[in-house]
Design a binder for this molecule. Structure first.
Ligand code: 5GP
Length: 145
């Protein structure tokens, strides 16, 4: 069953420019910004512009565009933060851990000596997020098209 889309969810409001974000990437179909409560440094979210609650509600073209964007942003995050590994996740439904009802992909760098911070728990300082966003933007600018 398809969940009904709430056009006032927080990511819809960010997409409309009603709320701020530390944007690191945009193309015709997606934007990406840093998670405000990052589980690790460099935790980024890729958000399709299509108004879909979850992966199941996304069109095939939207899914293909989202995966392309996720790969590109993940490359930028990896280049900027040089983590030991990168986890890419996408949650569907509250039972799966989804807290914002607009489709998005998490890019979570993993550092061998660090445990992950809690999911959607602790806000990072705006100064740190700004610095981290700048690092990813600079790394993305150096990637081949
Ligand atoms: P979900 O639980 O739906 O898979 O992930 C939602 C993510 O959005 C969480 O990791 C949470 O920290 C993040 N988040 C929640 N509100 C905001 C916000 O206002 N701005 C940003 N940038 N991230 C948010």
């Amino acid at each position: 069953m398809q969940a009904e889309y709430d056009s006032n969810n927080i990511f819809a409001r960010i997409l409309r420019g009603e709320l701020p974000c530390f944007k690191i990437y945009e193309d015709a179909d997606n934007i990406a910004f840093l998670d405000i409560m990052p589980q690790s440094d460099g935790h980024a979210l890729v958000v399709p512009k299509e108004p879909a609650v979850d992966f199941f509600g996304l069109s095939e073209a939207g899914a293909a565009a989202a995966i392309r964007a996720t790969q590109r942003v993940a490359r930028g995050v990896r280049e900027a933060f040089q983590p030991d590994g990168v986890v890419i996740t996408q949650f569907n439904g509250a039972a799966a851990g989804q807290t914002v009802p607009h489709i998005h992909f998490h890019i979570v760098p993993r550092y061998a000596d660090q445990t992950l911070r809690g999911h959607a728990r602790e806000k990072q300082s705006m100064d740190v997020l700004r610095q981290h966003a700048d690092r990813v933007i600079a790394a993305l600018a150096k990637l081949p098209a």
